[in-house]
Design a protein around this ligand. Structure first.
Ligand SMILES: Cc1ncc(COP(=O)(O)O)c(C=O)c1O
Length: 445
């Protein structure tokens, strides 16, 4: 049976979590799109690297030399995985948001962006800081992909733009865009193409060289390597010519009290001590993904997505969110709203009563949700290589029960968030209850 078992072992795949009624259940992680679990091989590798962990680029000691080699080797592994061209730079950052902000700081002209983007691929362009003369121009996506491509083409024809930046896969609908076609539309007009790969790289192979992508940003924590590394890969000239993104040690060739000489290459934008563990973990995750048979990988996730979408569509009052009915090969990310149901309560009950982890909110994509007419928070279920059919079965059963009978426990609104009454679920001592500020901010709204 397709997707009966995980494709790769992940840490926490058999985790048991306490339920509100005092029992426990296997944790059903349907929140890969927010942060995916670590691959087991990644955790093993981190354990292997840690004893040799020391400063990178800064030490003569044996461990420093090994750590430096691991860091620089990871750069090559990442470049190879995404099909980087010979002269492309691989720059390590904190995450996709950081990578896109870095890219925004070096683009020598206008950027065209779609309205369906995650805030990380919207705000650096439409609300940049310190670069008032670089404007982001928004193209409203059409009702179909074809219409969207025509609108992008018309916008690029109307006025020159240095960059077109698009999401590879939507964090709300999982829909993918035809990157090769976008690249050729952009290149015909002398425009470069950047891809926000935060939701694409954990699910798909991409080649910068073959697909014509000029810049790619993605995050380790969504790519089975949750140790704080992100990446920007792409053409060197803008990155060498732009202002250093971070100012400090490692980015300079010479410093006086009046001026500094800045390096070119990746080091120009990587000042400060780098995150060698995060980078080594990311490289190890990509090596493992590279061993997957692509058809088996896509088949696994397509089967889970199909199970999710058809199961959700069978439930009364559930609306699965789509932007492009003609999008083919979406990734395993599915968002939905339920008429008359507060998604935040639903997500809280799924966790408390069933041990299911989903994402609720507006997914850092307010303009996209507005365009879909969604004014209240929605729910997102997402899968990956550690997911299996049983995960989706549990979600569909729980949802069916919730819709038919309502929650089986009492919940109350505290400070705008639903919490279970009489919640005595045990917690590790190192993660105590947060009290009124339950740690929700930013993208929870
Ligand atoms: C499509 C997309 N882009 C960018 C981001 C931002 O990623 P990060 O939080 O790792 O910076 C996300 C995160 O959810 C995303 O889904």
């Amino acid at each position: 049976m397709p997707a009966a078992a995980p494709l790769l072992p992940v840490i926490g795949g058999e985790l048991r979590v306490p339920l509100i009624d005092g029992s426990d259940a296997r944790y059903v992680n349907l929140d890969y799109a927010a942060s995916s679990p670590a691959l087991a091989v990644v955790a093993q590798h981190v354990t292997e690297v840690l004893p040799l962990y020391a400063s990178v680029h800064r030490g003569a000691g044996y461990a420093s030399q090994i750590s430096t080699a691991a860091y620089e080797h990871a750069r090559r592994t990442v470049g190879d995985f995404v099909g980087a061209r010979q002269d492309d730079l691989v720059i390590f950052t904190r995450n996709t948001t950081d990578s896109l902000n870095l890219l925004a700081s070096v683009v020598p002209g206008d950027t065209v962006v779609l309205d369906i983007e995650h805030h990380a691929n919207l705000l650096p362009w439409i609300a940049p800081h310190g670069h008032e003369n670089r404007t982001g121009r928004i193209v409203m996506a059409g009702a179909m992909i074809e219409e969207t491509l025509s609108r992008v083409d018309a916008e690029l024809a109307a006025a020159p733009a240095a960059l077109l930046t698009v999401t590879g896969a939507s964090n709300v609908t999982g829909e993918t865009l035809p990157l090769r076609r976008l690249a050729s539309i952009a290149h015909r007009r002398g425009t470069r193409l950047a891809v926000d790969g935060a939701q694409l790289i954990p699910h798909r192979r991409l080649s910068l060289a073959l697909d014509g992508v000029d810049y790619l940003a993605f995050s380790g924590h969504k790519t089975y390597a949750p140790f704080g590394a992100g990446v920007l890969v792409g053409r060197r000239d803008w990155l060498d010519a732009g202002e250093p993104y971070l100012r400090g040690g490692g980015a300079v060739t010479r410093v006086t009290l009046d001026e500094a000489g800045w390096r070119t290459g990746s080091a120009r934008h990587e000042a400060g001590s780098p995150n060698v563990i995060g980078v080594a973990a990311l490289a190890r995750a990509l090596q493992e993904l590279a061993t997957l048979d692509v058809a088996a990988w896509m088949g696994h996730e397509a089967a889970l997505r199909e199970q999710l979408v058809s199961g959700l569509s069978d439930l009364p009052s559930v609306r699965v969110l789509r932007v492009f009915p003609d999008s083919t090969e979406p990734v395993g990310v599915v968002s939905f709203s339920v008429d008359g149901v507060d998604s935040r309560l639903l997500a809280t009950a799924l966790s408390a009563e069933w041990g299911i982890g989903v994402r609720d909110g507006k997914f850092c994509s307010h303009p996209l949700l507005e365009r879909l007419g969604i004014t209240e928070p929605a729910v997102r279920a997402s899968v990956g290589v550690g997911s299996r059919r049983a995960d989706v079965d549990v979600l569909l059963e729980a949802l069916g029960r919730f819709l038919a009978e309502g929650p089986a426990w009492q919940y109350e609104l505290v400070g705008g968030h639903w919490v279970a009454a009489e919640d005595h679920r045990p917690r590790p001592g190192w993660a105590p209850e947060l009290g009124d500020d339950r740690g929700y901010y930013g993208c929870a709204v």
